[in-house]
Design a protein around this ligand. Structure first.
Ligand SMILES: C[S@@+](CC[C@H](N)C(=O)[O-])C[C@H]1O[C@@H](n2cnc3c(N)ncnc32)[C@H](O)[C@@H]1O
Length: 240
């Protein structure tokens, strides 16, 4: 992608509350399943603009959240939101290099950049004893996705159904404590602010900006039309 494309991408995404589907209830549910203690050491891997940091701190009020993302602009936004809290350390970093030890590694919508099996294997050494990983991952909910859905996910050919996801977890040497699908509210928490930003930027948009707006609009429309056939599954896993 050209520099102009990325500039347009950040014009669309700058200061959005989150960069993928999710809601505080997901964090609370995962922390409950994981048995997160009030003083837990948590890593928010690929934190984006820091949407989940408040819920992670709520799950571990006497704990600590280390949050990192590789994109400086997102890290700056997360720092502006939560950097004053002494229970946080928010920095630019590569999630494949985290060292820990962490009681919980939380990763919303980003494990697929590494691959499920690869990420879980990499992160094992960063887990404290009894440590847990919670991550959300795109999945097919049908054996027969439409052509439009397949085309929409063409950039991620490794996407599986939920049985395939469980197989990756097992292959990595973990067992799944529980899993659940993200709710429609979690998706709208991402797409509704994006809709508003698209509406604001659309008048007069040309070139790369118009292309970026078209792509985002098509992505949201696809999910709204076909959400019964694909979505994100949230898994809470621990080394077997
Ligand atoms: C779909 S967004 C999700 C962000 C955030 N968790 C949320 O839910 O708003 C994926 C994020 O992964 C980050 N990312 C991708 N690869 C990464 C890596 N190797 N290390 C750190 N961050 C990474 C991207 O910069 C982006 O912010």
């Amino acid at each position: 992608m050209s520099a102009a494309y990325w500039e347009a991408f950040f014009d669309l995404h700058r200061d959005l509350p989150r960069e993928g589907p999710g809601e505080p209830a997901d964090v609370a549910w995962a922390a409950d399943v994981a048995g997160v203690r009030p003083d837990a050491r948590i890593c928010d891997a690929a934190c984006g603009p820091g949407a989940d940091i408040a819920a992670l701190l709520a799950a571990a009020p006497q704990g600590h959240v280390t949050a990192m993302d590789k994109v400086e602009a997102f890290v700056a936004q997360a720092q502006a939101r939560h950097g004053q809290d002494p229970r946080t350390d928010i920095r630019t970093g590569d999630m494949s290099k985290i060292t820990g030890p962490y009681d919980l590694i939380w990763c919303a919508g980003a494990v697929y950049f590494l691959g499920v099996t690869e990420a879980l294997r990499l992160w094992r050494k960063a887990l404290a004893p009894q440590g847990t990983i919670a991550f959300s991952q795109p999945c097919w909910f049908t054996d027969t996705p439409s052509e439009a859905a397949r085309a929409g996910w063409a950039d991620y050919p490794a996407m599986t159904d939920e049985a395939g996801l469980q197989a990756h977890i097992t292959k990595a040497g973990y067992h799944c404590l529980a899993s659940r699908r993200l709710s429609d509210a979690a998706w709208e928490g991402y797409y509704s602010p994006l809709d508003a930003r698209i509406a604001k930027l659309r008048p007069g948009a040309t070139g790369d900006l118009a292309a970026v707006l078209d792509e985002a609009e098509a992505e949201a429309a696809l999910w709204r039309a076909e959400r019964a056939t694909f979505g994100y599954t949230l898994c809470v896993v621990r080394p077997a």
